[in-house]
Design a binder for this molecule. Structure first.
Ligand SMILES: Cc1cc2nc3c(=O)[nH]c(=O)nc-3n(C[C@H](O)[C@H](O)[C@H](O)COP(=O)(O)OP(=O)(O)OC[C@H]3O[C@@H](n4cnc5c(N)ncnc54)[C@H](O)[C@@H]3O)c2cc1C
Length: 394
């Protein structure tokens, strides 16, 4: 197996191509847009920056953010100060830099739309811009809307979320995230180097689009973010069900899915960039080591099994109640009043706390968290003031 075709030059396809070309494969990447402003927040968490330091140290424009303001559905606010920054990229910049690295490693990068992929013969054949190409193996990295699925099922509505938002010509210094009552999803504002990506994500269902648009516009009004000069976007975001995570086929003898095409997106946060890069990387290593069939197991052991727990947590977080109020509202109150809880949320945010260990950590720190919350209430309702959390009540 020497020749690899990659459909899609986003983070998953570009990084996979770079690593394969560096290992001596002949790689062709086909992307209909190349470096484009894909609808996205563009946020790369600490774990992604540790795995791929060039994303932090490189010269490309990005915004480093060290604070995240969380807002409950009732308007309560808590500012979470992060130990490690989140890097926020424009996707045109991020895709461009990853494709440049792939080209420098030896990939042939072609701007064209792939319309057909045939994996029924020993050598795969694909049609791009009306021309036929062949290769030994095809990597399908064409994103969540990918219709090119040899030998596997498409993502179901239950595996997808709707997103919509605006690129707004203005900047800010912190991320804002707002929760809504009984709503599986959230609103966000992510500052980039020269604009904001403001948006909302939520479950795909009939009538959801209008409801989400109303929520989005109300949020922007409340946060004084004008739509004047802003560009609207909408896209789908994978949010895989446990069944899809466990059972959906992601590879065959001469093809594999990576990134959003495989639905590798954190079901709670919607973080997909890290997992796009990691899945592209794990597939490339499996191919280079001559053991392609190990790819699904490697993905499962690194993050997909953890996502299954994440799905259950997401449902309880967004729709559940705790002590008579929404879980998200309690979470914001606890961040404000307990340094121990605040540290846990910070680690979840940066990716250093996985879902597998979350329950254990919550239980083991329960006593301390409760005593901090109690102490905070007893000190006349003034937050005990973890150095990295503060709250303003509206
Ligand atoms: C609104 C929104 C906000 C998000 N915010 C964040 C965030 O802040 N942080 C985060 O980590 N994740 C975020 N995500 C998720 C993240 O955008 C994705 O997980 C990530 O882009 C997946 O990368 P990928 O390479 O798999 O797919 P994509 O980035 O979608 O790349 C697919 C590529 O394939 C190309 N393509 C598609 N079809 C064809 C074809 N037929 N022929 C040729 N080329 C084709 C496209 O042009 C595209 O370049 C967000 C997603 C959305 C929708």
């Amino acid at each position: 197996m020497r020749e690899i075709a990659i459909v899609g030059g986003g983070p998953a396809g570009a990084l996979c191509g770079e690593r394969l070309a560096s290992s001596g494969f002949q790689v062709s990447i086909f992307d209909e847009h190349l470096a484009w402003e894909k609808p996205c927040g563009g946020g790369l968490t600490h774990k992604a920056l540790v795995a791929y330091p060039f994303l932090l140290d490189g010269p490309h424009p990005k915004k480093l953010i060290r604070a995240c303001e969380l807002i409950s559905s009732g308007g309560r606010r808590a500012m979470l100060r992060l130990d490690h920054p989140i890097a926020i990229y424009s996707r045109a910049v991020l895709n461009g830099l990853l494709l440049d690295r792939a080209t420098a490693a030896g990939c042939r990068v072609e701007q064209s739309r792939v319309t057909q992929v045939d994996t029924s013969l020993a050598r795969i054949r694909l049609t791009a811009a009306g021309r036929e190409h062949s290769a030994d193996f095809v990597v399908l990295a064409a994103g969540a809307r990918n219709p090119l699925l040899p030998g596997t099922t498409p993502l179901k509505a239950a595996d997808l979320e709707q997103t919509m938002g605006y690129f707004v010509p203005r900047t800010a210094e912190s991320i804002t995230i707002k929760f809504l009552p009984k709503f599986e999803g959230y609103l966000w504002s992510f500052p980039r180097s020269d604009h904001l990506s403001v948006g909302i994500c939520g479950r795909l269902s009939s009538g959801a689009t209008l409801v989400m648009k109303n929520h989005l516009h109300r949020f922007m009004e409340e946060e004084n973010i004008s739509t004047s000069g802003a560009r609207f976007y909408s896209h789908v975001l994978p949010s895989p069900s446990p069944d899809t995570l466990r059972r959906r086929k992601v590879m065959g003898a001469n093809w594999a899915l990576v990134g959003d095409a495989a639905a590798w997106v954190d079901p709670l946060t919607g973080e997909g960039l890290h997992y796009a890069l990691r899945s592209g990387h794990l597939l490339a290593d499996s191919l280079a080591e001559g053991c392609p069939s190990e790819y699904p197991a490697r993905v499962r052991s690194e993050f997909a099994a953890d996502f299954e727990i994440g799905v259950r947590i997401a449902r309880r977080l967004f729709a559940g109640n705790f002590l008579g109020d929404a879980v998200t509202t309690r979470m914001i109150q606890f961040i404000r009043r307990s340094p121990t809880f605040c540290a846990l949320m910070r680690d979840l945010f940066s990716g250093s706390q996985d879902y597998r260990g979350l329950k254990r950590r919550l239980w083991s720190s329960l006593g301390l968290t409760c005593s901090e919350i109690l102490a905070s209430f007893l000190s006349a309702g003034v937050p005990v003031g973890p150095s990295n959390a503060s709250e303003t009540l509206r």
